[in-house]
Design a protein around this ligand. Structure first.
Ligand SMILES: [Fe+2]
Ligand SMILES: [Fe+2]
Length: 206
């Protein structure tokens, strides 16, 4: 694996074991990001549970959950990192570069952690916004991240999402996309993948 200079500088001196559930906390804690390490552990566990429930590979879901926010080690210069790592930047991501953290986590998953499964990398790369044509693994990781969110208190959309998940995985994902859609005026920007997924998954209206 060829690792970019930016990423090799972030892992200097780190003795990775090859076991993702050990290596992700190792890297995040080295960068003094214990809250992110706890969030990633929680999302991995939630993704594993949802995967079992909805017939998705739980191992793939847990791996994606562990790695989804690992790009926190980059800091805040997402545009610079995207350029160095060859990540495509959409106009909405220029407006709100933090949205790039999903794609950049996928690059770290590949280059630092050796993940090669394109389905896992894709799920990491769309965990914030989902995407049109999303796989069920994408949806599991997206929903797990929203149920185990990284802000204080309980997520306001938790009850509605849980109820929708009783109907289907798609409807659970749609609840959060609809929350984004309805608050679009208050968002810095609505990512085009989120809007496209919202349209695609909209439940049929009676
Ligand atoms: Fe994230
Ligand atoms: Fe997250």
């Amino acid at each position: 694996m060829i690792i970019s200079p930016l990423l090799s500088s972030l892992t200097t001196g780190l003795a990775l074991t090859g076991i993702i559930e050990q290596d992700v906390p190792l890297l995040l804690n080295q960068h003094i990001l214990p809250a992110t390490a706890r969030h990633c552990a929680a999302v991995a566990a939630e993704a594993g549970r949802l995967a079992g429930r909805f017939g998705v590979d739980p191992g793939a879901a847990r791996t994606a959950g562990w790695l989804h926010d690992v790009s926190a080690v980059i800091g805040t210069d997402w545009l610079q990192a995207a350029e160095e790592l060859g990540v495509e930047v959409l106009p909405a991501e220029l407006v709100y570069p933090n949205l790039l953290h999903q794609k950049i986590s996928a690059v770290l998953a590949h280059q630092i952690f050796g993940v090669t499964d394109p389905a896992v990398l894709a799920a990491i790369g769309c965990h914030t916004t989902l995407r049109p044509g999303a796989s069920r693994l994408d949806m599991v990781v997206f929903v797990a991240d929203k149920l185990q969110w990284d802000q204080s208190g309980r997520p306001p959309h938790e009850a509605e999402m849980s109820a929708a998940l009783e109907r289907s995985l798609e409807q659970g994902a749609w609840v959060y996309l609809n929350y984004l859609w309805e608050s679009r005026e208050d968002l810095v920007v609505l990512h085009p993948w989120a809007e496209a997924a919202w349209r695609e998954l909209a439940p049929a209206r009676a």
